[in-house]
Ligand binder design. Structure first.
Ligand code: NDP
Ligand code: OXD
Length: 306
């Protein structure tokens, strides 16, 4: 069995070493233009040329959860795409989102500013039941995040495409429930995949429906958010703050207004990192299951877009 590795922005060597150790029966090598045909590929945002040349692939194993970069390519209709399922990302995402929600709820951002001015000032505690958190996307990551937020006793709402049932979470599904979901949320967390249906979903109309003084946490993809609409709603005071981990252009260009905006906290796409060891173990297990003809978790529905 031949496996080719083509991951933009990742050091190949440690992955090749790890994959060879996990799959000793396979020949694992890094892709280069003109490389021999492989049976399976381990990929992150490969170029179109890779797909055009590797016509014999049975499956592509994505080293991330989001497959938007892959689905932008012209792919052969028969190819199977398999995403990473959690592999250590869900707990990281739960940490990141809980940290951001708690920072807003407890006004630690305001205390930081006070302390920087040498001020010892207590603020009136906020009421938790007036701080409902809406989680867009109740998949592998959204579900874990919702459960973590419940641990801190926040009222949690969730929105997905098909109906879901999660203990302690008020679940909404589909476009008809979207307005109700938004208008009941004080904090909006985006954990949707980027698809034709969800691109630009965080815009002036939708964000205006959030409760006044709302916060936005975008940890999914930059193209979900209309940047100027967010800035306008922060500047008008309808939104109180935003925590952004993902951007339309990454790295975020130096001149982008998000860098210096006082109500925006940014991080460099780090909310849930691909962990090499966990990911190699998961991908190797999936390749072996695939070869044995067994069901493989995390198969992407290309028509649906995730
Ligand atoms: P999943 O595919 O497991 O879950 C996606 C969820 O979104 C599902 O609940 C799905 O609904 C819902 N959904 C999809 N389309 C719609 C729609 N049109 N309307 C309403 N709900 C919709 O994805 P993950 O949880 O694993 O990951 C989510 C995203 O997080 C990734 O696609 C990626 O973009 C991003 N990500 C970001 C990282 C970072 O470091 N910033 C790291 C990892 C991922 P249903 O349940 O009905 O299918
Ligand atoms: C992912 C990511 O989709 O890192 O896994 O953004």
């Amino acid at each position: 069995m031949n496996i080719t590795f083509c991951c933009t922005d990742m050091k190949a060597e440690p992955w090749l070493v790890g994959l060879r150790a996990a799959l000793p029966q396979a020949k694992v090598s890094e892709w280069h233009p003109g490389a021999p045909q492989a049976d399976h590929a381990v990929v992150w945002a490969p170029p179109q040329r890779f797909v055009d040349e590797q016509r014999g692939l049975k499956a592509m194993f994505n080293t991330g959860a989001g497959v938007d970069a892959l689905l932008k390519l012209r792919l052969p209709p028969s190819i199977q795409i398999v995403r990473l399922d959690d592999a250590g990302m869900a707990v990281q995402m739960a940490e990141y989102v809980c940290h951001a929600v708690i920072r807003y709820f407890r006004e630690f951002d305001v205390y930081d500013a006070d302390v920087a001015q040498g001020q010892w000032a207590l603020r009136k505690p906020r009421v938790r039941k007036e701080f409902p958190v809406g989680v867009m996307g109740l998949g592998v990551l959204g579900e874990r995040v919702s459960r973590a937020l419940r641990q801190f006793e926040f009222p949690v709402r969730g929105w997905s495409r098909s109906p879901r049932s999660l203990e302690g979470v008020a679940c909404y599904a589909g476009p008809s429930a979207f307005r109700t979901f938004l208008s009941s949320s004080r904090v909006l967390v985006n954990l949707l995949p980027l698809t034709l249906d969800t691109s630009n979903i965080l815009n002036h109309d939708t964000l205006s429906l959030l409760r006044p003084g709302a916060y936005v946490i975008n940890v999914a993809r930059g193209a979900h958010l209309v940047d100027d609409d967010l800035l306008a709603l922060l500047d008008s005071g309808h939104l109180a703050g935003a925590t952004l981990d993902v951007f339309r252009t990454e790295p975020l260009p130096a001149a982008h207004p998000f860098w210096a905006h006082p109500k925006i906290t940014i991080t460099p796409h780090t909310s849930a990192r691909t962990l090499r060891e966990e990911s190699i173990a998961q991908i190797a297990g999936k390749i072996l299951a695939f070869e044995r003809g067994e069901p493989v978790g995390g198969l992407v529905d290309v028509a649906r877009g995730y």
